[in-house]
Design a protein around this ligand. Structure first.
Ligand code: AMP
Ligand code: MG
Length: 407
């Protein structure tokens, strides 16, 4: 059997970072920045007031106190957005609002709270040091400073930063278009009644959601039965709109395994047994004129889920121009003994619980671990990894747990 690492490397070998495009800011949310972004001007672009108050010459109010307020004539108002030229001489002040440009000559702002709020003349009851409540030009970023680095995923704060340096659009790697195609004669669209022998199609929804959560543009395509020619037709249909195709089902050793049957003939897709549990039967390769990567996952829902996170996620990350890292891991102690088939790496659904007094969390294995038992998955927040050489691990064993993303 092939090692998990080898298979991940093979899948990574199929993909490259997608060429960058320029997207409107709100369309770029969640995408990965393709170039460093610098500030075209200093920010703030001009010295301005950090508070509502009075722009003064600090030396004028150095002796101000409650008992002996300093009285200054107010020469005018300066509001935020005022583009006029203002100046203040010693012995005078200007009423100024937050964000308004500092007048020439003034070197401090006295907050309105330290005064009587006068319009024509103001009584200042406390001294303000030079620079008090003044936001200096360039105090946030200097002209030409790098504000965001290539490779960062654009979240809420990053979009704010881009707009603040005057960008309307951002150069990003487009979200990889992931086409999800399920196969199985037994599948029925959720919402429709089941006949005997049928089940509702769930992999398509699950994997599409997983792709979207991973920063991709996931598309669930209608599923197909177990006719190899229908599988080929469906793949043909999705190729135009896909950077990568993901299928589920039809790759086992049984009869009626249409994905394997259909794609084996092309010579560009390999089917192998990977030393993992669940998720042993796997296939990968390319299809179509553009040699679009295709990953064929097994049909059991938990197998498909685990395969997505262990095998496929690194490749989706590489396509987005970020390091093809696996899921983050945390070390935890098993709260119960577990078993695992010899020679295969097991991924067990676990819940992570705080373990008072211990130095890490406790991993509580789900009671139902079979690969068709999807319901326990919704309860799990991690996949505990049982190494290939272990057939059982006693309670208390320290294991690595892959943390599942939660949107
Ligand atoms: P297969 O890999 O096609 O042999 O399927 C393995 C198991 O997974 C069978 O019990 C299928 O009914 C089930 N299965 C396959 N595809 C799906 C799907 N899209 N949604 C839910 N169950 C599925
Ligand atoms: Mg099937």
């Amino acid at each position: 059997m092939k090692s998990v690492e080898r298979h991940i490397t093979d899948i990574l070998g199929l993909v490259r970072p997608l060429p960058p495009i320029e997207l409107d800011l709100l369309r770029a949310q969640g995408a990965v920045l393709a170039e460093d972004v610098t500030a075209p001007v200093a920010l703030p672009p001009f010295d301005n007031s950090g508070m509502d108050g009075y722009a003064v010459v600090a030396a004028d109010v150095a002796g101000a106190s409650e008992a002996a307020p300093v009285h200054l004539p107010v020469v005018g108002d300066i509001a935020a957005g005022d583009t006029g030229a203002h100046a203040v001489r010693s012995g005078y002040c200007a009423r100024i609002m937050t964000g308004a440009p500092m007048p020439a000559g003034a070197d401090a702002v006295v907050p309105v709270e330290w005064t009587d709020g006068g319009r024509a003349e103001v009584s200042v009851r406390r001294p303000a040091a030079v620079g008090n409540a003044v936001r200096r030009a360039g105090g946030d970023v200097g002209e030409g400073d790098t504000v965001l680095r290539a490779g960062v995923r654009l979240g809420v704060a990053e979009l704010g930063v881009l707009a603040s340096v005057g960008r309307r659009t951002a150069p990003v790697r487009p979200r990889p278009r992931v086409a999800v195609l399920s196969t199985g004669e037994e599948l029925v669209e959720p919402g429709k009644p089941l006949a005997p022998g049928q089940i509702w199609e769930s992999n398509g929804y699950m994997l599409t959601a997983a792709a979207i959560t991973a920063g991709c543009d996931g598309h669930r395509h209608s599923f197909v039965g177990d006719e190899p020619s229908a599988v080929l037709d469906a793949i043909d249909d999705v190729l135009m709109q896909a950077d990568i195709v993901v299928t589920t089902g039809g790759v086992s050793m049984g009869a009626y395994d249409p994905v394997k049957e259909a794609l084996s003939g092309l010579g560009t897709v390999r089917f192998e047994q990977v030393a993992m549990q669940p998720g042993k039967p796997q296939g990968f390769g390319t299809v179509g004129e553009d040699a679009t990567p295709i990953i064929t996952l097994p049909g059991n829902p938990v197998s498909a889920f685990v395969s997505f996170y262990v095998l496929l996620l690194p490749a989706l990350r590489r396509m987005q121009g970020v390091a093809p890292d696996p899921l983050p891991t945390v070390s935890a102690r098993l709260s119960a003994p577990v078993s695992s088939p010899p020679g295969r790496r097991s991924y067990l659904r676990v819940r992570l619980e705080e373990d008072p007094g211990a130095d890490g969390p406790r991993a509580v294995p789900a009671s139902r671990q079979a690969s068709h038992q999807l319901s326990a998955l919704a309860d799990a927040d991690g996949l505990a990894v049982v190494p290939e050489d272990a057939e059982s691990l006693p309670e208390g064993t320290e294991v690595a747990v892959l943390r599942l993303p939660r949107p």
